[in-house]
Design a protein around this ligand. Structure first.
Ligand code: GDD
Ligand code: MN
Length: 373
């Protein structure tokens, strides 16, 4: 059990007591994560732990954090030091009824699912004691998560849930703001999720810690998770599709380079009154550079522009472009002179070969990707 607290001196002992009452037969580990609550919650828990020392099947511990770092990060810290295979997360203000925890654990076992969400938004669930504004905010946030992030659970904003620890192996959490469950649902897509209804009853003691900063955090979190979803989907595409789409981008960039080359050369020779040979050389340099930037940023999605790395890549890119030009020249000569092919056909073959080998060489050596990826 992970139970984050901030100023819950009037609630926390009741929660800790009630949990064990409802789970008498289970070996229970409760971890309270307190952010140095000014109302002395931390001390109260320490004393409670002392008084419970000899209770069999119930170990309570507390993590003291120095400053208030937010609900999600508190859960994450609790998670790190917890040992059980099944983790339950709940609030410490009695809004979440401990009596449904046994049912949550049963469902985990019986249905072999990986996450059980205690839900206010399935039949049988409800909210008591929230003003209209708060209900509306919760509904809107839920809609955003479902439509924007494709989450299927009906109450992804719930702070009350149980899950199997193994599903988070290897995952990295942002732990921004309040919505830990949402991040869990997005990052473990594909695992089986069940929901059970419960009635959320607004706290009797103390006050909610949800403020405007939590709303901002929510927006930030949704944005990050949205981008996360997109990168995962991209990785899931078939290798052949990815390879071809990169090749297509590379050739598109190449074609745009012809335009840049032409326009830049004309501009230099006419408006700057340059000798046409110089203008052409500058035009070529310009188009190689624009090709490089576009390929780096768009084709290979390498957005690291640190000067040294970029300079090395640029050097290689120029090198391979020159090799490409030589290959093209050599092939045209060989095909026309040796094979007596017509010049237009030889040109198509040569340009195609040079462009393709250019693509492969840059993919492998300039941008350090596997050839087939
Ligand atoms: N350690 C720590 N640090 N605990 C915190 C912090 C923090 O920065 N902020 C809040 N908590 C603890 C509170 O002490 C409480 O036990 C729990 O997290 C939830 O905080 P509340 O302030 O009571 O939130 P709420 O009741 O408005 O919202 C709850 O219900 C929503 C709807 O189910 C939370 O559970 C939300 O996550 C949930 O979306
Ligand atoms: Mn609350």
């Amino acid at each position: 059990m992970i139970i984050p607290t901030f100023n819950e001196s009037e609630n926390i002992c009741n929660v800790l007591k009630s949990i064990k009452e409802h789970l008498p037969k289970i070996d229970l580990e409760a971890i309270v994560v307190d952010d140095n609550s000014p109302d002395g919650t931390g001390k109260i828990v320490e004393e409670y732990i002392k008084s419970m020392k000899n209770m069999a099947g119930y170990s309570i511990s507390i993590i003291h954090r120095k400053v208030k770092e937010g609900l999600s990060s508190a859960i994450l810290d609790g998670l790190k030091s917890s040992k059980g295979d099944i983790v339950v997360v709940m609030d410490s203000d009695l809004s979440h009824p401990p009596q449904i925890i046994p049912k949550m654990l049963d469902i985990l076992k019986q249905t072999q699912c990986d996450i059980v969400v205690a839900s206010r938004y399935v039949t049988g669930g409800a909210i008591h004691g929230w003003p209209f504004k708060r209900k509306l905010m919760s509904k809107v946030a839920t809609k955003i998560a479902k439509k924007g992030l494709g989450v299927t659970a009906n109450d992804p904003m719930s702070g009350f849930f149980a899950f199997r620890r193994k599903i988070i192996d290897g995952l990295k959490f942002d732990a921004i703001g309040y919505k830990m469950l949402l991040e869990l649902l997005v990052k473990t897509k594909g695992v089986k999720v069940e929901e059970i209804p419960y009635t959320f009853t607004n706290r009797k003691f103390g006050s909610s810690k949800l403020d405007t900063s939590v709303i901002f955090d929510y927006c930030k979190s949704v944005w990050k998770l949205y981008r996360y979803g997109r990168t995962v989907r991209k990785d899931e595409r078939r290798t052949s599709v990815r390879f071809l789409s990169k090749a297509a981008r590379f050739f598109t960039v190449g074609a745009s380079g012809l335009g840049v080359n032409y326009l830049a050369s004309l501009l230099f020779s006419s408006s700057l009154d340059m000798w046409y040979i110089h203008a052409t050389i500058l035009g070529i340099m310009f188009s190689i550079s624009s090709n490089f930037v576009l390929n780096k940023y768009w084709t290979f999605e390498d957005r690291d522009f640190t000067p040294k790395r970029t300079a090395i890549q640029y050097g290689k890119f120029v090198g391979f472009s020159s090799i490409g030009a030589l290959v093209q020249l050599g092939m045209v000569y060989y095909l026309v002179d040796g094979f007596s092919l017509s010049y237009p056909i030889a040109l198509v073959l040569a340009v195609g070969t040079a462009a393709f080998s250019n693509f492969i060489l840059n993919k492998k050596w300039t941008f350090k990707e596997k050839v087939w990826s």
